[in-house]
Design a protein around this ligand. Sequence first.
Ligand SMILES: Cc1cc2nc3c(=O)[nH]c(=O)nc-3n(C[C@H](O)[C@H](O)[C@H](O)COP(=O)(O)OP(=O)(O)OC[C@H]3O[C@@H](n4cnc5c(N)ncnc54)[C@H](O)[C@@H]3O)c2cc1C
Length: 482
Amino acid sequence: MHNIVWFRSDLRVHDNPALDAAMQRGSVVAIYMLAQKQWDHHFVSPAKRSLIVRQVKVLAEQLNKLNVPLTVISCTDYSDYGEILSKQASRVGARCVYFNTEYEVNEKRCAEQVENKLASVSVRANAFHDSCMVQPGKIRTKQGQCYKVYSAFKREFIAQHSLVSRPILNRPKAQSEIDLVTDISVLDEVMVDSKWASFWPAGEDEAHDRLNGFIEEHIKHYDLQRDLPSVEGTSRISPYLAVGALTTTQCMQAALSLTEGRFDSGRNGILVWINELIWREFYRHLLDEYPRLCKFKPFKLDTDRLPWKQDKTLFKAWIDGKTGYPIVDAAMRQLADTGWMHNRLRMITAMFLTKHLFIDWRWGEQHFMERLVDGDLASNNGGWQWSASTGVDAVPYFRIFNPTRQSQRFDPNGDFIRRYVPELAKLDSKSIHQPSAAQAANAGYVLPIVDHATAVAQTKLWFRQLSEPTVDMFSDQELQLA
Ligand SMILES: Cc1cc2nc3c(=O)[nH]c(=O)nc-3n(C[C@H](O)[C@H](O)[C@H](O)COP(=O)(O)OP(=O)(O)OC[C@H]3O[C@@H](n4cnc5c(N)ncnc54)[C@H](O)[C@@H]3O)c2cc1C
């Protein structure tokens, strides 16, 4: 008899609560479900699919060292999971299936269906919290509400961290050999471009090398370099967090090891990086509390009355990196080429789409998911709704980035633009941010598709016309949206 560990977006053996608990309680086998239709439904990008497939292969090798055989089962979508797991449970004589909780609406429903199906054949489902440092719902205001202001959430997170954060877990000890074998052959069904492997090698070792390299070399300058896209000033660990090769708990521990466990002392670079880890946590807690965020609804419901445009021509120009704003175009081409985009550029491009082109933020959100290797519903939705001023603690609608000024400030020599918009490479570092009509024509570059001042004035007017928001004070249940 062997119990089952069901792997989801937690593809690692270190610091894995479900795996750890299962192996402490007896012999285990592991299952991963390959549901490509579900990936389509969630707009999972080719880059992320490639990373997942390669990460599952590395996971199988690591589990082999623990004598845990992994079986990958191909199926259509989440509706198949309960049936498959109950069949597997009866095949190996399992009394319990262990897994880690995910907070998105469809993932919660999937887990519920699995639990019900397992219960119907007398198999227990044992769920654990792992993808947040603190379990969602544990950080609340004195009135028991979910925090809607980041700075207040952060204060309380720090106050509570040592009391309520989950501990870090080591890799479990190997179990005795069992007479079942690893079978991951169905992974070959997934057609992926080999180029992604060179950008984003898979594996927990790779994830830890990146984290350690960043902690040793770059974190001290993070506050000064994190906004400069031409510099490798950030950790680039987001893809590994997205597939669960690494946890934010491990990242926080690495950062706190430099400050003797304190959130209020140490170099500014370290404290600023910790701040970003807490932003990630904030968005996950909100997603758990407000299911509407998973359902294409804005947090500020009244913003759905804005006359968002559905202009496919403008949208395509943005996607193709042909807006005539060099920094926007360089960023969109970085995304298409590498499956990743620098955070400053995500803000610039998202704000350009929503505040200059006035295109529905949901179009941009979906496009990012379709391209990003680190596509993550909570952070992506949080970032888009922040930029569109429709979200929790979002940028005020009247603070609209001027893309040219952003470019001059954060890519002063135009190095980043030169890398991704080679047709402008010969321009000097002043004109590269805003080529004249003659320079653009000469370089074969497009003219701006929209005038900054006119677009910004129109956007402000539309936002001003909205009446004061009132409904945001209610929960999704009260609004019957859940
Ligand atoms: C429009 C938009 C869309 C985004 N979509 C995603 C997404 O799909 N997946 C994703 O992981 N992040 C997303 N982000 C957040 C952020 O851009 C990325 O996490 C970051 O660029 C990843 O690079 P890094 O690992 O080098 O980050 P670092 O700067 O090294 O930060 C370390 C970690 O902190 C977290 N973090 C950093 N900035 C943010 C932030 N603004 N919000 C939430 N968490 C943050 C990430 O997990 C990141 O890996 C988005 C931001 C915006 C504005």
